[in-house]
Design a protein. Structure first.
Length: 344
């Protein structure tokens, strides 16, 4: 058995909010219609700690209270329990035993790109353990491969790219190509943006995978109404990018509102009484625009409004059981470092 090193490898990758086009970056749509998305990394993160040594593979999600112990790499199976770190180990194996600990700053099922951020963070930490270095976009593509090829789960590129790169990123996605461009925002513009944005968790986890499956089954079947809704979301990307670069937050809010007619088609929860009541209350409190914080409508909302109405918007949300998630735009993507372990 190899002697365990006196350090652990730590990694952190930011979560994200979708600003426009989320979902059109999934290959099934992008390959046939062309996808585009713009999103922002946020200061809520996924955290990973890797400790080498021991004779087994030990995986633990600290905030989800889930554990897996595997005697050896050949015994790894994908069974829905901590599959992402298992897949990462299959892609970037290490010699000897290993312990991987993970946790997220976001509530469970908040729909803030946790899966993509976890993939990027675990892969970055394992690459460090192997003395390998990858560019941020290479890590994003490895994470995309982990989801779509290793685990065979429908997934897009926005989440891993934002986790790897940070900042506000605009993506164009084709059948076999992806281009990422950083949206130009200086420090003053970022601070100004933060004063107008409110992120709300709706207080309950949402089964995003089943909602996504309905959409992709409809796209595969060529259902014109669903395809048109996704095209509508994709076509909002360019004006949203322009409004952010100009700091035209009222226009950005109107574009959030323009997206709502598409979400009504894509996810019935957007028309559910709870959602419509909350959205009406937020508008009554002064919000300029409200949209899902991810491609699905049931977990978290992103609200744009006047800075002097933030307190009223927050109060209206809390009165409906929503929770304000304090965060800012994260300008840095994934980071990796070593920490010394205390002596036994």
């Amino acid at each position: 058995m190899l002697e365990a090193p006196p350090y652990q490898v730590c990694a952190r990758a930011p979560l994200r909010v979708d600003l426009a086009g989320g979902g059109t970056d999934v290959p099934l749509f992008a390959a046939n219609y062309g996808g585009a998305a713009v999103g922002a990394a946020i200061s809520l993160s996924v955290h990973v700690e890797v400790r080498l040594g021991g004779g087994t593979i030990r995986l633990r999600s600290e905030d989800r209270d889930r554990r897996v112990t595997v005697p050896q790499p050949s015994a790894i199976t994908y069974d829905g329990n901590l599959d992402a770190p298992k897949a990462a180990l299959n892609m970037l194996p290490v010699t000897g035993g290993i312990e991987i600990l993970t946790r997220s700053d976001a509530p469970p099922g908040a729909g803030l790109g946790e899966r993509g951020a976890l993939d990027v963070a675990v892969l970055a930490a394992l690459a460090h353990c192997r003395n390998e270095a990858y560019e941020a976009t290479e890590l994003a593509e490895l994470a995309f491969h982990l989801e779509t090829e290793e685990l065979r789960r429908p997934s897009g590129r926005q989440d891993p790219y934002l986790a790897a790169l940070g900042g506000v990123q605009s993506l164009e996605v084709g059948a076999a190509t992806v281009g990422a461009r950083a949206v130009s925002l200086d420090a003053d513009r970022l601070a100004e943006c933060g004063a107008h944005l409110v992120l709300l968790y709706l207080g309950r986890p949402y089964a995003a995978e089943s909602a996504a499956r309905r959409i992709w089954d409809a796209v595969a079947a060529g259902q014109s109404e669903v395809v048109a809704a996704l095209v509508g979301l994709r076509d909002l990307v360019a004006p949203v990018v322009e409004s952010w670069e100009l700091g035209d937050w009222r226009r950005a809010g109107r574009l959030f509102e323009a997206a709502t007619r598409h979400y009504v088609v894509l996810d019935p929860i957007w028309s559910a009484p709870f959602t419509t009541s909350l959205v009406a209350a937020l508008r009554g409190a002064g919000a300029w625009g409200i949209k899902p914080a991810g491609p699905r409508a049931g977990a978290s909302l992103l609200v744009l409004g006047p800075r002097d109405r933030r307190a009223q918007i927050a109060s209206a949300a809390q009165a409906h059981g929503a929770v304000v998630l304090d965060c800012t735009i994260a300008t840095q993507g994934v980071s990796v470092w070593r920490e010394s372990l205390p002596e036994a």
